[in-house]
Design a protein around this ligand. Structure first.
Ligand SMILES: O=C[C@H](O)COP(=O)(O)O
Length: 270
């Protein structure tokens, strides 16, 4: 199977470590992952590899990446909507930018669920990311009830529309959108490749309708939810899926490297 060409879009495999790995464990994982990828002569130009550690590990990961001139990039799992001030516990975009972050997750379903983040706050965080030169990975996706009612497209597109309020076309062209059905996160229940394609294509179409075809062609749309090496090739074979946002499997360097090397694996049904 050939390496995926996504309309000129660079594939992105992003590992969301969630609240796992202290700074030493983080360094260890990055070392192992990059050794494996180096051994396989991974083409980072075609498949970009990003890790998203907890805040406490970002500095150590940055130091390792810079010191060893590693090709992978890093980011954060959340950002404050504010730039500075009395917001105890928050971390600003400027702080993340100074730690060399390229990406920041915004609106992950766990933030929406456990921290009551709504579409308005998600939009404010997307804007904060752009103010500081960070690329937001905007997460959207439906729960089980919405899926059972067959409203998954309407739900995900609605979340995207709300998050894009006030953004310029050139910002939207740079954004990454991750479609993560909540029922598939950490459950082992992976959406079928066709399920992923349905919603990812609808998201791209919504961007085309709101901006234009060039913006829609540029925006990268990822799938997330129980992605593993074994199911990554099938998901990546879909024309509107430009990569994966990976939780649990990104904590295992062999498994995550396998996902980054999806094109070496057979395209088996998951
Ligand atoms: O951000 C990642 C997603 O929540 C997916 O997590 P998972 O791969 O453990 O299902």
């Amino acid at each position: 199977m050939a390496t995926k060409q996504t309309g000129g879009r660079r594939v992105l495999m992003a590992g969301n470590w969630k609240m796992n790995l202290d700074h030493r464990e983080a360094v260890h994982l990055v070392q192992k992952l990059t050794w494996i990828l180096q051994d396989k002569k991974h083409d980072y130009e075609r498949v970009e590899v990003a890790v998203l550690p907890a805040f406490t590990a970002i500095r150590s990961v940055q130091t390792l990446i810079d010191g060893d001139k590693l090709h992978l990039v890093h980011g954060a799992q959340d950002i404050s909507q504010y730039d500075k001030g009395a917001y105890t516990g928050d971390v600003s975009g400027e702080m993340l930018a100074k730690l060399g972050c390229r990406y920041v997750l915004v609106g992950h379903s766990e933030r929406r669920q456990y921290h009551n983040e709504d579409d308005q706050l998600v939009n404010a965080k997307v804007q904060a990311a752009f103010r500081h030169g960070l690329v937001p990975i905007l997460c959207v996706g439906e729960g089980l009830e919405v899926r059972r009612e067959g409203r998954q497209v309407e739900h995900a597109v609605g979340q995207v529309q709300a998050a894009l309020d006030g953004l310029k076309a050139e910002q939207v062209a740079d954004i990454v959108i991750a479609y993560e059905p909540v029922w598939a996160i950490g459950t082992g229940e992976v959406a079928t490749p066709e399920d992923a394609q349905e919603v990812c294509a609808a998201i791209r179409q919504a961007v085309a309708d709101r901006y234009d075809a060039n913006v829609a062609d540029a925006v990268r749309v990822l799938y997330g939810g129980s992605v593993k090496a074994a199911n990554s090739a099938g998901i990546m074979a879909q024309p509107d899926v430009d990569g994966a946002l990976v939780g649990g499997a990104s904590l295992d360097p062999e498994e995550f490297a396998g996902i980054c090397r999806y094109h070496e694996l057979p395209n088996l049904p998951s």
